[in-house]
Design a protein around this ligand. Structure first.
Ligand code: UDX
Length: 437
């Protein structure tokens, strides 16, 4: 099939690359000339494992193209996928400006029979709004068929998540259009669920909000575990053995970040307010997450009797999770702000996200070129992101470069047996008893 995709962010690019990988002819369109020029050379503007190999293979095979021209990109497309960003407005609602602009841009080039698929995460009712915009701006004898087809990929495993998804949600009021989209995905051998447009839009928000709630729930359990002397990793394992609960997304830590969970939970909350529906669980999910993001600072304040001024704190990891350079809503942002407020001297290290972090956090903190530089002479280490390199840190090495080894592990990364075997360590994990040797 000939497929056009508007937007080359995480979702658009992963979808484009994956669809070309399974045999379709895909043209990705973006208004950002810089991005398109990089992509034309096979260079990925985002850090995503495997992306550049997929780009190289499918560009070389002539199945994947990139352009800034809507006329060129949309020519002959049977399916047009909208995958532009829907960022958060100040009031928490989703900003649909990019989507509306993309709809106007494509309307002028649409021919009869083209199916328009919305993959961007959009509030319930948006497909209907976008249909109106397209119909107002397209040729008068062209009618539009809309399909809501949300994406569930995670950064860092975007291609695997697209190619080996748990399910594909196809929402449409038009049987033919839904079948055509199902056919597009058929080489993937992933179960498809056909539903209405509004249910498909809702599935995306409800799924992300549920996962975010699961994380806040286990974080609240972790805090209780600390108070009563239980171990949240065992508690989560025991809970997860119940198939009704499931063992995923029960990892206690310093809260969820990223481009989706914080924004989507807020947008769903905004929708509940708009429709006057009581959904207090969402407010609690957000509140717990806000508190959890600064938990390490609270723990450090307690350990240092309220005084962090002049203390050198090594922040290990800056991105919101490993295998991405994305800093959106990363806990490291709030942690840095709080530490600054208390007069601490922050030295941060991240294997990939440093240049993005400099733009977001700025020069109020120092950025180390390597792990050793960050931890040398630190008064305390904060483990913020569980990068492989950080998880593999030799605990014994800390003893050689720190005056006193004090570790606040926000991701429960380290092996407790190893910590027990070292002398003079203070180790404070999340939801587990502290180890002081
Ligand atoms: C998420 C959804 O998983 C994906 O389906 C959706 O399409 C986009 O949003 P992503 O933001 O890439 O994907 O990352 P994910 O791996 O889900 O993690 C989100 C956040 O939750 C991270 O900050 C992570 O550290 C945190 N998390 C995740 C936990 O704290 N505990 C867990 O058990 C799982």
């Amino acid at each position: 099939m000939k497929v056009a995709i508007l937007g080359t962010g995480y979702v658009g690019l992963s979808t484009g690359v994956s669809l070309s990988e399974i045999g379709h002819h895909v043209c990705c369109i973006d208004v950002d000339e810089g991005k398109i020029s990089l992509l034309q050379q096979g260079i990925s503007p985002i850090y995503e494992p495997g992306m550049e190999e997929f780009l190289a293979r499918n560009i070389a095979a002539g199945k994947l193209r990139f352009t800034t021209s809507h006329r060129e990109g949309l020519a002959g497309a049977e399916i047009v996928i909208l995958a532009v960003g829907t960022p958060q407005r100040d009031d928490g609602s989703a900003d649909l400006t990019y989507l509306e602009e993309a709809a106007k841009d494509l309307a002028a080039h649409l021919i009869q029979g083209t199916i328009v698929v919305i993959k961007s995460t959009v509030p319930v009712g948006t497909n209907d709004e976008i249909r109106k915009i397209i119909e107002t701006n397209c040729h008068e004898d062209v009618s539009v068929e809309m399909v809501a087809n949300p994406e569930f990929l995670r950064q860092g495993s975007a291609l695997k998540d697209t190619l080996e998804a748990d399910r594909i949600i196809i929402g449409s009021e038009n049987q033919q259009a839904a079948s055509k989209v199902k056919e597009m995905y058929s080489p993937l051998k992933v179960p498809c669920m056909m539903t209405s447009i509004r249910s498909a839009e809702m599935i995306k928000y409800a799924s992300n909000a549920f996962l975010a709630t699961k994380i806040s729930f286990i974080n609240a359990v972790a805090n209780l575990c600390e108070a009563v002397g239980a171990d949240v990793t065992d508690v989560a394992k025991g809970m997860g053995m119940d198939k009704r609960i499931g063992n995923h997304f029960l990892q206690a830590g310093i809260g969820y970040g990223g481009s989706c969970f914080p924004k989507d939970v807020k947008a769903l909350w905004h929708t509940t307010r708009k429709h006057d529906v009581d959904f207090g669980v969402l407010a609690e999910t957000m509140r717990v997450n806000d508190e959890q993001q600064v938990l390490l600072v609270k723990k450090a304040l307690k350990r240092f009797d309220g005084h962090l001024s002049g203390k050198k704190i090594a922040l290990l990891g800056l991105s919101f999770k490993p295998d991405t350079d994305d800093m959106r809503e990363a806990p490291s942002i709030k942690i840095s702000q709080e530490l600054n407020k208390h007069g601490a001297q922050v030295v941060a290290y991240d294997p990939v996200a440093t240049s993005n972090a400099k733009r977001v956090i700025g020069e109020k903190i120092t950025y180390a070129d390597n792990l050793l530089e960050a931890i040398t002479d630190a008064d305390a280490v904060f483990v913020v992101t569980e990068w492989q390199e950080i998880k593999q840190l030799d605990i014994a090495l800390l003893g050689k470069v720190m005056k006193k080894v004090i570790v606040f592990d926000g991701r429960n990364c380290f092996d407790e047996e190893k910590i027990h075997s070292c002398k003079n360590i203070e180790y404070y994990p999340i939801g587990r008893p502290a180890i002081i040797t």
